[in-house]
Write a protein that binds this ligand. Structure first.
Ligand code: MN
Length: 398
């Protein structure tokens, strides 16, 4: 498996800063040879093997004329159509959670805040395969990894879907542009842009690097949920003076007022919203689990001090001015101000010299996280380099 190094990224005349200013969230952009010489990070056989795994989210979309079929994985190889059959595609979600090289590829896109990053989806398609014309609530980079795919894109003027289809297909899609992507080409689409990608020839692999744009209502539900979880029970309801009930089924207005008063007393400040979002956005997806370290705490401690440490590819870490969030947890108050942990979150690694500056509390936390499998001593890295990748995410932004 090969890994792209930052120096091979050529965005043509578009520097990342200019891309973010003029293009991001505004309009599509086709970057011919954005990643020249790009080689697929995993073979077709490796991708199909992932789709057979219980812990991996995958879908199979097949088209026969106007008839569409959708099935959810896992799929054994025999459950997938033959390679010779036309018009089918296999979509494998969250490949970055399972393959180090895929999670390394996402590092190249960290000029966008981690809070927006969703995952790397890889699709394999036979000739004619695709998921039909649709729109997504995602910013997406569509990187052609192997074979060729024809993209037709256009703004969505009418979001009506074709009725009775198992996949979401725009009823009236009027593409304005049409291009064929070759390996190394990359197409950026902002959320809500109509697109239809069809494999041209067999063995078409497209990598979708998706950035989720969460709807406001979803974030509000998370904040309210966490606010509610942290509420003390408080006073219990007392009846106003009662007379014998002639209408016992009537819900007392005083009880409604009592509930409304509790709500009115909530005065969430910005820290509450930060905390709720930090926990929500770092919570691992349900199919994610971490492998506890085999080594004892003392050995992990020595290894981190000697070689540094790195985040597991599945780990999610965010911070604000007042708090640090790690895999759905708020780090303890005594570490809330740690600049070392903020460095760990930004770099996704610490070198030995940085670990050696850790306070006793920071080092204890680092060792405990290593034991849980959220972090790994750098020397035991499997497939990931140790010292070579420092500052990589910054290089691309410069
Ligand atoms: Mn899409």
């Amino acid at each position: 498996m090969s890994r792209m190094s930052t120096s091979t990224i050529q965005w043509g005349e578009f520097t990342v800063a200019r891309f973010l200013r003029d293009i991001w969230q505004r309009k599509p952009l086709l970057l011919r040879q954005a990643l020249p010489g790009f080689k697929p990070l995993l073979s077709r056989a490796q991708l199909f093997a992932l789709a057979a795994d219980d812990d991996v989210e995958s879908r199979l979309v097949q088209r026969d004329g106007r008839r569409w079929q959708l099935a959810h994985g896992p799929f054994t190889r025999r459950q997938l159509p033959s390679l010779q059959q036309r018009n089918w595609t296999l979509l494998v979600q969250g490949v970055n959670l399972h393959v180090d090289a895929a999670s390394d590829l996402l590092e190249q896109f960290r000029f966008v805040p981690d809070a927006r990053l969703d995952d790397l989806m890889i699709s394999w398609a036979s000739d004619g395969g695709g998921v039909g014309p649709h729109q997504d609530a995602y910013d997406v980079f569509l990187l052609q990894a192997a074979g060729r795919r024809r993209w037709r894109i256009g703004p969505v003027t009418d979001p009506t879907l074709q009725p009775g289809k198992p996949v979401k297909l725009l009823a009236r899609f009027e593409p304005e542009e049409d291009f064929v992507l070759e390996p190394g080409d990359m197409l950026y689409l902002p959320p809500g842009w109509g697109h239809d990608g069809i494999a041209v020839g067999n063995d078409c692999m497209t990598y979708s690097i998706g950035f989720r744009a969460p709807p406001q209502g979803e974030l509000l539900r998370e904040v309210l949920w966490q606010l509610a979880e942290n509420q003390p029970d408080g006073a219990i309801y007392t009846d106003p003076p009662l007379r014998p009930a002639a209408t016992p089924a009537l819900l007392p207005a005083s009880m409604v007022r009592f509930a409304a008063q509790a709500f009115a007393r909530l005065k969430p400040d910005v820290a509450v919203f930060e905390s709720a979002l930090g926990v929500y956005l770092t919570t691992p997806k349900p199919q994610v689990w971490f492998e506890a370290a085999q080594a004892a705490a003392g050995a992990l401690r020595r290894a981190c001090l000697q070689h540094g440490c790195r985040l597991d590819r599945r780990s999610k870490m965010l911070y604000t001015a007042g708090a640090v969030f790690f895999n759905g947890e708020v780090v303890p108050a005594e570490l809330a101000g740690s600049s070392l942990l903020r460095r760990l979150a930004d770099q996704r690694r610490l070198d030995a010299a940085q670990v050696q500056t850790a306070t006793a509390a920071e080092l204890a936390a680092i060792v405990a996280w290593c034991a849980q499998g959220w972090l790994h001593p750098a020397a035991t890295a499997s497939g990931q380099g140790s010292g070579r990748r420092a500052g990589q995410a910054n290089d691309i932004g410069g």
